[in-house]
Design a binder for this molecule. Sequence first.
Ligand code: UDX
Length: 479
Amino acid sequence: MTPPPAPAMAAESDAVHGGRRRHVLLFPLPYQGHINPMFRLAGLLHARGFSVTVFHTHFNAPDPARHPQYRFVPVPVPDGTSGPAPAAIEDVIAQILALGAACESGFRDRLAAVLEEYSRDAVACLIADAHLLPIFEVTAKLAVPTLALRTGSAACFACFLAYPMLFEKGYLPVKGMSSDPASVRQSQRDMPVSELTPYRVRDLMVFLGDDDRGSLRELLARAVTAVKVSSGLILNTFDALERRELEGLRRDLTVPVFDIGPLHKFSPAGDSSLLRQDRSCLDWLDARPPASALYVSFGSLACMSPRDLVETAWGIAGSGVPFLWVVRPGMVRGSAHQEQELPEGFEAATRGRGMVVAWAPQEEVLRHRAVGGFWTHNGWNSTTESVCEGVPMLCCPYFGDQMGNARYVEHVWRVGFEVGGELERGAVEAAIRRLITGKDGAEMRARAGELKKAAEECIGKGGSSCLAIDKLIAHMTSL
Ligand code: UDX
């Protein structure tokens, strides 16, 4: 899809206030899946005339040299509260909670200094990731309005809102989940959650089950509070994808909701990748026939067991399908080096038919005509990036919102299907063939093509996302 004329370039003076450019302050959560949409938003607002100041932690810090048009303000945190990114999701949650708290005092000082320098009136607002509640609280105390960016789907945020109800009605905790997940009955996992159609219990954020530390509950409750104390919720989704869910959120929230996605189609890449993207894979794809290759990537955080890596590798090899596979350093639990991770004989078995890279320019890969399917963990960015290029998906969700996203892909948009159960090479082979060369896969690709068109309409002139952007800018300049 050719990016639409940036709505944006149209109105250079949108953010001018009293003859001065208005400043917007941003604070992303320092993980790849959260940094990318925040930087897209930065690009969009900058094009509308805002000066952009990005507060950030040293952990996963952006490289200011790659964004000379923005100002960067590092926020100090006490030693020991950041990095490296942990492998287990429970530890990532603990790290997010700790990071927010650790930033509080350093951010207060830095924000006060910035406000003094810019003058309070020249600052429109601060936009922070919804997972950074302490940042919202500090900012409110300094009388600066805030907006919350949630980088997941509208359905996912509805699930955040519903979390207390899920406990009250007995959907959660899933009994036995924390002690012995394998013992949880299929019927229990597949139970529909009628209040959150089409989710089943297994699609909820239940990976910690009845964990007594309650850190997941705390994380979600704090994100809900951040949105409620803010002056509005910005979502990286669009009307054609989640109309019903957006209507539900607008009913349940008193703050306005701005569905301005897909953000990556509104703003140039801006290079917010934390890992170096290996662009040689684009040349490799150039030599492939249309829709013939499978792209495989499990995002920036998901980790697999050594056993699953072996089944994945031999499933890919056995499928006979050309592939581009992202094997991220540290993606396999207990290993830090790509070379050690692939099973012996895999390279020889797939020579000339596949390419393995440590990190890819994913959006360009998905846009490439040679890519016929995406085996994904269904992080929200990956899901929307795939949808926007009309690429059908093989879903292998790991944690958090990924199960719910996979449910929408398979059941609502019908542009992919889940590789169910434990990964096993025979099932993987069959699933890959079904997606890339099967009749079923072709139908999913056709439906994905329709969604791509719908996305293009949303981002085109007068489309829902363009209108939402205009409303957002008007809102920001009225706060
Ligand atoms: C995390 C959670 O996993 C996800 O469920 C949540 O919605 C956001 O935070 P992550 O694992 O990073 O996200 O996945 P995803 O949301 O898909 O974001 C990954 C980003 O990295 C995408 O924008 C993708 O284009 C980019 N990427 C991925 C690359 O640039 N190169 C790659 O090789 C792989």
